[in-house]
Design a protein around this ligand. Structure first.
Ligand code: MF3
Ligand code: CO
Length: 251
């Protein structure tokens, strides 16, 4: 069942989203060669809690840290560590979840560490664009599947691999709710969007093939070919006439 959020629930998710944006901005300023992903995690935890939120990912199904930091060939769910030090030319996907009074927000961006290759730059640009192409389909009366179809249609000409084994999702009281929001697939299938639904759209796009594997830690998802991967995610609220991106800075 896809839940429709009440005005109160939406307000809490908006609060969570704004705390998330503050944490994102604080971490963005820290990204530079020499910093560990552990330091990013610690700062995110501090910022989120100081603003009255709880990091959604901490202890989620046993996840050990407060954010996910996925460097280079790591697609998602990279575990922050004092041993992982950013270096010039890396890319890092930072995925943040915030819980306010039982309601979640979830968003991810991929960043360059210093100067990156032109192929990495294009991967980031195109994956972020794909997110916004997907968001354009997030409107009442439209099929959820049209989001993924639009993303796939946009990505295809670049020859990138779209990750299929992880997807976007509904969100609210649970971090992951119905519906699944695929980043590929046919048009006009399955459920339709309605005002008050809240979904996370999150293309994960690989420079090489779509194939991924999970490392022995049980979390870290890497590309099989070890080539770069990018991830952009926003939480959006379906409104009467389209959608509102919740995980951007509001006045
Ligand atoms: N943003 C991630 C997702 O949508 C959540 C991270 S999973 C966690 O799947 F386990 F790390 F919390
Ligand atoms: Co998500």
């Amino acid at each position: 069942m896809i839940t429709i959020k009440s005005a109160r629930e939406i307000k809490l998710m908006q609060e969570a989203s704004q705390i998330l944006v503050q944490a994102r901005q604080a971490l963005f300023k820290m990204i530079q060669p020499g910093i560990s992903t552990e330091a990013l995690d610690q700062h995110a935890d501090t910022v989120i809690r100081s603003l009255g939120g709880i990091p959604s990912f901490k202890d989620y199904e046993g996840y050990p840290k407060s954010i996910c930091t996925s460097v280079n060939e790591v697609v998602i769910h990279g575990i922050p560590s004092s041993k992982i030090i950013l270096k010039e030319g890396d890319i890092i996907s930072i995925d943040i979840g915030v819980n306010v009074k039982g309601y979640h927000a979830d968003s991810a961006f991929t960043y360059a560490v210093g100067n990156i290759s032109s192929e990495a730059k294009q991967l980031l640009e195109i994956t972020e664009k794909a997110l916004y192409i997907g968001i354009e389909e997030a409107k009442p009366g439209n099929y959820v599947s049209n989001i993924g179809h639009a993303i796939e249609t946009f990505i295809k000409p670049y020859g990138y691999g779209i990750v299929e084994t992880f997807t976007g999702h509904g969100i609210g009281k649970e971090l992951h709710e119905a519906p699944q929001v695929l980043n590929y697939g046919p048009k006009n299938q399955g459920p339709k969007l309605k005002p008050g639904m809240t979904i996370c759209i999150e293309p994960m796009v690989n420079l090489g093939t779509k194939d991924v594997q999970v490392l022995k830690d049980g979390w870290t998802v890497v590309t099989k070919d070890k080539r770069l991967s990018a991830h952009f995610e926003h939480l959006v609220l379906i409104t009467e006439d389209g959608c509102e991106i919740m995980t951007t800075l509001k006045e």
